[in-house]
Design a protein around this ligand. Sequence first.
Ligand code: A3P
Length: 301
Amino acid sequence: MLEHTHEDSGQIHKLVPHRGFNLITGIHSPEEVDRIKNWDVRDSDIFVITYPKSGTIWLQQILSLMEAKGDVTGTQDKMTSERIPWIELIGSEEGFVSSPSPRLRVSHLQYKFMPLGLREGKCKVIYVARNPKDVLVSYYHFHNYAAMLETPKDFNDFFEKFMKGQVYGNCWFEHVKTWYSHRNEMDFLYLTYEEMIQDLQSAVEKICTFLGRTLKEAELAGVVKHSMFTDMKRNPQANYTLVSSSLLNHQRGSFMRKGTVGDWKNYFTVAQNQRFDRVYEEKMRDVPLSFVWDIGDTIPA
Ligand code: A3P
């Protein structure tokens, strides 16, 4: 059994597999996660699905701003994670049942745990993927900073765990592949982190079209402006600086860390990179997806 214990803050969190997916004790409950599949979804529900560190907070901010018609003051009553909560956290069901429409939610769960209505196309699903080398680096930093996750010995130690899927979210390849393979059964939008870096306004417009929302020019400009990295980094409601230090140790890192493409080049050794490329090639052989690996490739020629 895979069990990692972390004891900062006196609370013990362990990564414990449940039906082939690692849950974090004290954060998730297997019984509650199993009940999610029976949740009643509404046509107006919007779910954002990501593998960790792929830009979840970014979508939370964009969708909040869209609801507020680009006016950032309309998003400052609560933290991002309260406005658009995770469905897998302990105690999330009650809020889901009682919230007015539209209900906006995020999740890192695998497809098999999701409400049946979602899987049958009853609501909207936005899946955001990020190139997995940058995900790995971002996740490494997050492990150094999040009290509920085990602090890696070093980068190589974390690299091995990520490759084995011994993290929350499990195997990146499985997550992306499974969700993507079911895309035609759902009302589904696939987005990448890198396309948002490349052209945030077009990405926001794409989200609006998918959700059937029309924003005036000034409203759209407000959404884009307040979901830029620099703006979010300064905005405590959007950047998790207000999250208790028993969950995030703010001395050791920040959630809005670097926000770029290609940071993996500063961490991967040549051998790690070659190994990653071999695994990627093998696992993604039959998947019609491609990723941008370098910031230079996001700039139009
Ligand atoms: P880095 O650690 O590489 O900086 P998640 O919310 O899924 O955990 O993703 C967090 C990652 O998304 C972090 O990556 C964070 O900086 C990045 N991110 C969040 N908002 C962003 C934005 N507006 N622009 C660019 N990157 C953003």
